[in-house]
Write a protein that binds this ligand. Structure first.
Ligand SMILES: [Ca+2]
Ligand SMILES: [Ca+2]
Length: 230
């Protein structure tokens, strides 16, 4: 009984030491990195300008900010808290429509409170709806430190054509003219230059599933003149 009690005590002490050691990892901004990328689940090219087909349900392509925390020696900071703050704004390709950010507030802001894995990595993942150009700005911070910042422009399109955060019959009203008469880049989900049944095959599952999310329309941000999305 005594031996068992001592063993538990020693084990608890070692775990406490391990926890203290992990908490002492101080990320060094010079050695840490942030990378904003598209997790690509569509046929559109990511060469300039990068194109993303996203859905409010998050079941198409999405954005990912990969944060890697390392200390001053270059060793990974495992199980370390990091906050990633993201701001998005955009310009819809069609007047009266919106760009929509799932989980974002009315000023286009969203915070991710993350903890790094055993390799010192944490991932902020996000998506939305609407068609147009999108500007993303982000900052990753730990207590007392700005780890990294960045910004980038993208072209987005979605089965949520009008960018209200849900795929429903209002989007059908916008999709049918693309299919029947007037080509729009917003309806060309496989980016092959035409709107036909291949695009309809991509549109229908999201419509039938009534795919949606809670979030907000993003603030207006004019497209960069050198960045032609539509
Ligand atoms: Ca919609
Ligand atoms: Ca097409």
């Amino acid at each position: 009984m005594l031996r068992s009690t001592i063993s538990v005590f020693v084990l608890s002490f070692l775990l406490l030491l391990a926890g203290t050691a992990a908490a002492q990892c101080v990320p060094d901004p010079a050695n840490s990195t942030c990378v904003l990328t598209i997790v690509d689940n569509d046929a559109c090219p990511n060469t300039f300008p990068p194109n993303l087909v996203w859905c409010p349900a998050g079941d198409m392509s999405y954005f990912q900010i990969e944060v890697t925390l390392k200390d001053v020696t270059g060793a990974p900071c495992a199980f370390t808290d990091v906050r990633v703050s993201v701001d998005m704004s955009g310009q819809a390709a069609v007047a009266g429509n919106n760009i929509f950010g799932c989980g974002f507030d009315a000023v286009g802001h969203r915070d991710f409170s993350l903890t790094t894995d055993a390799n010192g990595k944490a991932y902020a993942k996000f998506w939305g709806g609407g068609c147009g150009c999108l500007n993303i700005r982000y900052v990753a911070t730990t207590v007392g430190f700005v780890i990294c910042t960045g910004q980038a422009d993208f072209c987005v399109k979605s089965p949520d054509l009008n960018g209200d955060g849900v795929v429903n019959f209002f989007d059908v009203f916008q999709y049918l003219p693309c299919l029947q008469s007037s080509y729009s880049i917003c309806c060309d989900y496989n980016c092959d230059g035409v709107v036909n049944f291949f695009d309809t095959f991509q549109f229908l599952p999201h419509l039938n599933g009534n795919h949606n999310c809670v979030g907000s329309s993003l603030p207006y941000h004019a497209c960069n003149a050198s960045f032609q999305c539509f």
